[in-house]
Structures are given as C-alpha cells and as structure tokens.
Design a protein around this ligand. Structure first.
Ligand code: C5P
Length: 354
C-alpha cells in the first residue's frame, strides 16, 4: 500500500545572516514557521535483495535522479538502517519549485516519513530484533543528522510549527507555537539563486566591514531574543501553545491581539536577504509593499521575503484582510495562494494521509 505524505512549506519569520565562514556556509538566526500549503509525496517500498530507487513527478522541473533531495534522504536512511529496498517516490508539486518556501527540503522529510511507514521502521524501534535499529531516541537523533547532510533547511521539517534555526540553519529547536494566522504567499515569476544571494551578501559584508566576530555576537543575541520573545508571550500549555489549536477554517477572525504580535517580534524582525535581493529585483520590493498594505485597515501583521525568495508572504489578522491582499496582488498581476500558519501538533497529526 503506498503511503501518501503531506510535504508542507515553510516561511522565515526574520532571517539574520552572519559574515561568510571558512567552510563556505553562513551562520544564521531565524524562526522557521510551517504553513498549511503542501506538496504531496507518495512512497512505495518493500525490502529487496538490493536497493533500487525510482522517482517521478508531475512537474518536469523536478530532478528525478540523485540530485533530488527526497532521493538523497531515502538513500542515506536506508544505508543508516542497513536496509535494502525497492523504493518508488512520486512528488506531486503544488508549491513553487525554487521559491524560498523550503519545498525541496520538505520533500526530503516527507520521503523519509513515507519510507519509515512503508518499512515499519518506527514501529520496530526498541522492539526485540536487529540491534542496528537502536532506540527511538537514537533514530530521532540520527534522522536530524542525516537531514542536515541533505540540506541546511531540511531538519526543520523534522520538528514543524515554529522552529528556531541556528548555525547554518540545520541546528533546530522547537519554539512554543502561536495561534494560526492567515498567510498570503505571493509567487512572482522571478527566480532568485540562493548561492548568488549569499555571494551578494558577502560583498555587502565586505563593504560594510562586518566581521565574523561581530556577526557571531549579533546572531547569539538575536537567537536569545527570539527564544525569550516566544517563551514570554506563549507559555507552554495555553491555547495556541505547542499543543496546537484547531483552526476554524472559515471563521478565523484572528484574535484581537495575535500572539504573533504579543511576542513583539513583528516589530523587529527582518530578512537580511532583502538587502541584496531587492536592489536586484525591485519588483519584489514592490510586492512586499502590496502585501503590507500599510496605512489601510487590512494591513499585514508582517510582510517579508521568505528565505532568499522569490516567494514573499504577508500574515493577517482575518481572512478578509488576507483576501484584500490577494485582490491587491491580482491587480498587479502577481500570483498568490491563501494559507495559514501550521502549529506543530497539527503538522504531525495531518502529515500522513489516511
Ligand atoms: O545546505 P544547502 O544545500 O541548502 O546550501 C546550499 C548553498 O547555500 C551552500 O552551498 C552555500 O553556498 C549556501 N548556504 C550558505 N549558508 C547557509 C546555508 C546555505 O552559505 N547557512
């Protein structure tokens, strides 16, 4: 029986980048937030004498070989489990392929979750049997390590909800979730290359004299600010906390004061990529302005580029405010999707399709 898995998108609530490191990466501090939008990943797997993989997609832009993150994840997981299997993965694309929404990274985790379900891996953990499977905890740690090998923003999808990302983005820790808020994702035609955006950031650092020491201190301080804002504003256990709340899809008249605002972070978070991406693509800065709707009653709680783009998002108190933003985007000829933020409990509850 194939296993169908929802592969959700993420946005970045603020993204601070440090000076370039000797290993070619950049330290950063960000809060990833999963969204209800998803690709659908279907996995079929059965133990076999040798491993064979077949990957297909409804979107011709998705690589169907070892360059695909889902392929890489499946190979690494099977190796770590000392398992050989015939595996088929189908990726039904609904999210933009290169959008700053972490779609490819999420596909890797969806493939892993599907593979585990197909091979009965999680059920067997801790049960008497082959010792290489180890315990549930050791496999949980191993999955994080393998996910980080596939890409810097893959591990966040092993947590879901609001997630603090540090180091090169792969070091993740869960934050208390806030109540879901409406989110409009704008998907402009423009493509932004992430490695190029990082190179442009390096030029900016050189021009501004940002050193590794100064940026390391700044990132530490920002990570603390994120953690304390969430901890103070959203104590564990209260509605909207990590237990998650069910969203009233039709009538999410946003809370009078969203917990997102209560954290205070909407007043100070920024995405550093905007500083290098907007000058090169002024149309993206204009889309942020449209999403913001500043000075109107339907203004966004927060609007920003996601990752290095080209997707941008706006967060809104009510569905009406979100629809008004979509109308403004339509007027400017920009495609968009309506969604909402997805707390951790709901992320996991709804990941496997029945
Ligand atoms: O880890 P990932 O495969 O997503 O990284 C792709 C590229 O993005 C890296 O090769 C690097 O150039 C850049 N990157 C970076 N700093 C990060 C994450 C990615 O410079 N924290």
């Amino acid at each position: 029986m194939p296993t169908a898995v929802r592969s959700h998108a993420k946005i970045n609530l603020g993204l601070y980048i440090g000076a370039p490191r000797p290993d070619g990466f950049h330290s950063l501090a960000t809060v990833y937030q999963t969204l209800e939008l998803y690709d659908l990943v279907t996995v079929t797997a059965r133990p076999a004498a040798a491993t064979t993989l077949r990957l297909t997609s409804n979107d011709s832009r998705v690589p169907t070989d070892e360059r695909n993150t889902a392929w890489k994840m499946a190979v690494l997981a099977l190796e770590a489990l000392h398992c050989t299997a015939e595996v088929e993965i189908h990726i039904e694309k609904r999210l933009p392929v290169q959008g700053g929404l972490g779609a490819g990274s999420a596909n890797a985790i969806a493939a892993l979750v599907g593979l585990e379900a197909e091979l009965g891996i999680t059920q067997n953990l801790g049960a008497p049997g082959p010792s290489h499977l180890g315990t549930r905890d050791s496999w949980a740690a191993k999955r994080l390590e393998l996910a980080a090998k596939v890409g810097s923003d893959v591990p966040l999808f092993l947590i879901g909800g609001a997630v603090l990302g540090q180091d090169r983005g792969q070091q993740v820790s869960p934050l208390p979730d806030f109540e879901p808020v409406w989110c409009v994702v704008a998907t402009p035609e423009v493509g932004v290359s992430t490695p190029q955006a990082f190179r442009d950031w390096d030029s900016l650092c050189a021009a501004e004299g940002l050193t590794a020491e100064v940026s390391a201190d700044k990132l530490k301080e920002l990570s603390r600010a994120y953690a304390s804002a969430f901890a103070d504003a959203i104590p564990e256990g209260r509605p909207g906390g990590s237990s998650g709340v069910l969203l009233d899809e039709e009538n999410l008249a946003g809370p009078k004061e969203s917990a997102l605002v209560r954290t205070g972070i909407t007043s100070w978070i920024e995405n550093d990529f905007e500083r290098v991406v907007f000058p090169q693509h002024p149309s993206l800065a204009e889309i942020k302005r449209i999403l913001s709707g500043s000075g109107t009653p339907e203004a966004a709680l927060h609007a920003s580029l996601s990752g290095s783009g080209s997707a941008l998002f706006g967060l809104y108190r009510t569905r009406g405010d979100a629809e008004a933003a979509r109308e403004r985007l339509r007027g400017a000829g920009v495609a968009s999707q309506l969604s909402h933020t997805l707390p951790r409990a709901k992320y996991w509850r709804e990941m496997l399709l029945p």
